[in-house]
Design a protein around this ligand. Structure first.
Ligand code: G3P
Ligand code: CA
Length: 333
C-alpha cells in the first residue's frame, strides 16, 4: 500500500459470493464481514421507486418467470442498444415487485447459494439505507452506501429518470455534502455531470475495459472508455467526479492466456488530478482469477492494494478486509 489513506472495501452487490446478490441478507452479511460500503445497483419501478437490481430485466435474478400472474408482462425491449427479452422493472409497481423473490445469478459457480433461492425480497434503496443506519447504530460503525445508476439514458427515455429520485432519497436520509459516506457511480458521463450540478455528494466515473459510455453512443461522441483513462480524459473527469471505478484489467492488463502483464500508470495519473481509484470486481472463484493466482485470491488483492488503489469492489468482503488489514499491520511494524 503506497498511499497513506486506508483503501475501502465495497461489498459488490452485497456479500454476493455467499448470498444471492442485491438482497438485504447479502448486504447485512457484507456489513458483518467488515465491508466499509455496500453497493446497490439501482433501477426504477413503474411508480418510480428505486430498487436494487443489476439490470432492469429481472429473469436472471428473480423468480418472476414462475409467477403466472405476470406472464403478460414478458416482452422484448432494446436497452442500451441491445435486444433483451424477459420482464422489466419499469413494468411493475413496487407492490408487484415485492411479491417476487431473488435467486442466485451464477448457480453453476455458487451452488452453495441455491438454497437461498426464493427466500428474500427485492429491496428498495430505502430499505438498504435503513439497514445501513440500523447496523451503524447497533455496531457503532459508519457503513456507507455506494449506489449505481443503471441504464440512466434508458430510464430518462421512458420518463423514469433515476438521478433526482436518487438524490432526493439520499438527502431525505441525511446524506448531504462531500464528506457523507456515499459514492454515486455511473458507467455513463452526462448523468454524472448533471448530478455534479445538483449535489456535493461524491461521484464516481465507472470505466469499462472496452466500449463507450452509452450516452456517448447516443450523442455521437467519439470518445470511448479508453480515452477516459488518458491524462486528458482524467482531467475532464476530475471536473465533475471524485473517483474513477475501473475494471481491474485496465490497471493490470492480462494477455490472451489470462496471465498478468505489467501495471499501467493509471493510479499515478488519476491521483495526479485528484481522483481516487476504486477497482472491480474481486471474486474468489478460479473462473474469475488470473492464471497467476488460481486458487489464491488473496494474491490478487495484495497485488492491487500494493499498487496504491483507494478501494476494491469485492463479492467476498471478508477476504478483501483480511488482506487489506494484514498489509496495514505489516506496514505498521
Ligand atoms: O459498479 C462497478 C462494479 O459494480 C462493476 O460493475 O456491472 O457489477 O455493476 P457491475
Ligand atoms: Ca455496480
Amino acid at each position: 500500500m503506497t498511499n497513506a489513506k486506508i483503501p475501502i472495501v465495497i461489498a459488490h452487490r452485497g456479500a454476493s459470493g455467499y448470498r444471492p446478490e442485491h438482497t438485504l441478507a447479502a448486504y447485512e452479511l457484507a456489513i458483518n464481514l467488515g465491508a466499509d460500503y455496500i453497493e446497490p445497483d439501482l433501477v426504477s419501478t413503474k411508480d418510480g421507486v428505486l430498487i436494487a437490481r443489476h439490470e432492469n430485466e429481472i429473469s436472471q435474478t428473480t423468480d418472476v418467470a414462475s409467477h403466472g400472474e405476470f406472464a403478460h408482462l414478458q416482452t422484448a425491449k432494446i436497452v442500451d442498444g441491445e435486444v433483451k427479452t424477459g420482464w422489466f422493472t419499469e413494468d411493475f409497481t413496487i407492490t408487484e415487485i415485492k411479491t417476487l423473490r431473488a435467486k442466485e445469478r451464477i448457480p453453476q459457480l455458487r451452488s452453495a447459494n441455491i438454497k437461498y433461492d426464493g427466500v428474500w425480497e427485492i429491496p428498495t434503496l430505502q430499505e438498504i439505507i435503513d439497514l445501513a443506519k440500523n447496523q451503524n447504530s447497533a455496531l457503532g460503525r459508519n457503513i456507507g452506501i455506494y449506489p449505481e445508476t443503471k441504464h440512466p439514458t434508458y430510464f430518462q427515455s421512458i420518463g423514469l429518470p433515476l438521478e433526482d429520485t436518487l438524490i432526493g432519497n439520499l438527502e431525505a436520509n441525511g446524506y448531504q455534502g462531500a464528506n457523507a459516506p456515499v459514492f454515486i457511480q455511473s458507467f455513463e458521463v452526462s448523468n454524472l455531470q448533471y448530478l455534479a450540478k445538483k449535489t456535493d455528494l461524491p461521484l464516481v466515473q465507472l470505466i469499462n475495459l472496452t466500449g463507450k459510455p452509452y450516452d456517448f453512443i447516443v450523442s455521437d461522441e467519439t470518445l470511448a472508455y479508453a480515452d477516459l483513462t488518458a491524462k486528458s480524459g482524467l482531467e475532464e473527469i476530475a471536473k465533475y467526479a471524485q473517483a474513477i471505478g475501473i475494471h481491474k484489467d485496465i490497471l493490470v492488463p492480462r494477455d490472451s492466456t489470462g496471465k498478468l502483464q505489467s501495471p499501467t500508470t493509471l493510479v499515478h495519473d488519476a491521483h495526479a488530478v485528484g481522483l481516487e481509484v476504486h477497482v472491480w470486481t474481486f471474486r474468489n472463484e478460479d473462473y474469475f482469477l488470473p492464471l497467476d493466482f488460481q486458487g489464491n485470491p488473496q494474491k490478487e488483492y495484495e497485488l492491487f492494494f500494493n499498487l496504491g488503489i483507494d478501494g476494491v469492489f469485492s463479492d467476498f468482503a471478508d477476504h478483501a478486509v483480511a488482506v487489506r488489514d494484514r498489509i496495514i499491520h505489516t506496514a505498521e511494524k
